[in-house]
Design a protein around this ligand. Structure first.
Ligand SMILES: *Cc1c(COP(=O)(O)O)cnc(C)c1O
Length: 378
């Protein structure tokens, strides 16, 4: 079934205009596959934007995280700590490498990993004699986690940090771009993210050898010999030169997209200011979110549920979504260890994401706000 013409999507792709030019160059030179000027250019331009020595352009954010874990030597018998409040792609790669995820709760301000739950979990593992091999830290909806507190803790225990910045390209913590704080950072260019390559991801690191190794693993770990010689298990995870062409065009408009998403968030807050039941995801001093999605939770006292709101929006041809269901509540991860106080459970049951695509018009936002206002006045 095709959706009606006036349907407002949650976060559709938004082309900048130069993408087709780069794709055309790939066609003109007949570099259509997983190597070429766009792949090199995209890696160069992304690392320049982030001020990191190197980036590997990959087929997805999930693949990037998988390779980050491998590059840090995570394997069977290891534990990896991870934000529980996230998309399943943050944690599945931990299982791909045969390790076990342990889930850490959120704190209520940024909705991201709670430093005290992390400290408690690490203390517990120290007592049991084995620390996790890494921490996968997620910056949800573009909002930076409490990086200073978290880094003090991980450095104290000597646990490497991997940032899942899939939703947070262009976000900053104390003026430093997210994805550049840990041993490795990963990004996604899936169709719903702030910029897209139609599907793709990237891995960055302050250690260019780590990036080099990930790039090699992404190309079947082929040894540099004229014949096919393999010593290591590799993967087919490289980004295509076509997709990278889209990515180059998108990178040119990234800063504009960040400003547009932030304006959309501010405009929702303005339009819905009289509804006191809405609590918007906070942005503390020194935090700068790309506001990938505009999200709120409903106060406990509220007599509407997010699901009722979602259905009323859908009836008006508007897509909205619940917040992520935490990993410790997934049947897939039943029985896994969890540290926290159920903050993310609350966020999941009381939250909603509104349409936030950078191409959304003010008139679209007024349509969304009108449905919400009507629901509250009924
Ligand atoms: C989208 C996303 C991913 C995965 O990225 P893909 O490119 O879809 O594989 C990982 N983590 C988070 C938090 C995401 O939102």
């Amino acid at each position: 079934m095709t959706p009606p013409l006036n349907f407002i999507y949650l976060s559709p792709p938004h082309m900048g205009g130069k993408e087709q030019h780069h794709v055309q160059q790939a066609f003109d030179s007949n570099w259509i596959t997983t190597a070429g000027a766009n792949v090199d250019g995209f890696e160069r331009e992304l690392s320049a934007y982030l001020s990191v020595p190197a980036a590997a352009a990959l087929s997805s954010g999930t693949a990037a995280l998988h390779l980050a874990l491998l590059a840090l030597g995570v394997g069977p018998g290891d534990e990896v700590f991870c934000s529980t409040f996230t998309f399943v792609a943050s944690t599945n790669p931990i299982c791909y490498v045969g390790a076990t995820p342990v889930f850490i709760d959120s704190e209520p301000t940024t909705w991201n990993l709670c430093p005290s739950a992390l400290a408690q979990a690490l203390e517990n593992r120290l007592k049991n004699g084995k620390l996790p091999k890494a921490l996968v830290l997620v910056h949800l909806y573009g909002m930076p986690a409490q990086l200073q507190e978290i880094q003090e803790i991980t450095q104290h225990y000597g646990v490497p940090l991997i940032e899942d910045a899939a939703e947070a390209l262009g976000s900053r913590y104390r003026d430093q771009l997210l994805g550049t704080f840990g041993k490795a950072g990963i990004f996604s260019f899936n169709g719903n993210k702030i910029i897209t390559t139609s599907g793709g991801g990237a891995l960055v690191s302050p250690d260019s050898q780590l990036v080099e190794q990930a790039r090699w693993l992404a190309m079947q770990a082929k040894e540099p010999l004229p014949y096919y010689h393999h010593t290591t298990l590799g993967y087919n995870y490289r980004l295509s030169n076509i997709s990278a062409g889209i990515g180059r065009g998108q990178l040119e408009v990234l800063e504009e997209r960040v400003q547009q998403r932030r304006q959309i968030f501010d405009h929702y807050r303005y339009l819905l200011q009289e509804i006191e039941e809405l609590e918007w995801q906070a942005e503390p001093e020194g935090f700068f979110s790309n506001r990938w999605l505009s999200c709120f939770t409903l106060k406990k006292s509220c007599n509407l549920t997010p699901e009722e709101l979602r259905l009323q929006l859908l009836a008006a041809h508007i897509e909205s979504r619940p917040l992520w269901q935490p990993m410790h509540l997934q049947p897939l991860y039943q029985g896994h260890d969890y540290f926290g106080e159920r903050t993310s459970d609350e966020l999941f049951t009381r939250g909603l994401c509104l349409p936030s695509g950078s191409s959304l018009t003010q008139a679209d936002q007024e349509r969304v706000a009108a449905v919400i206002k009507k629901a509250f006045s009924a």
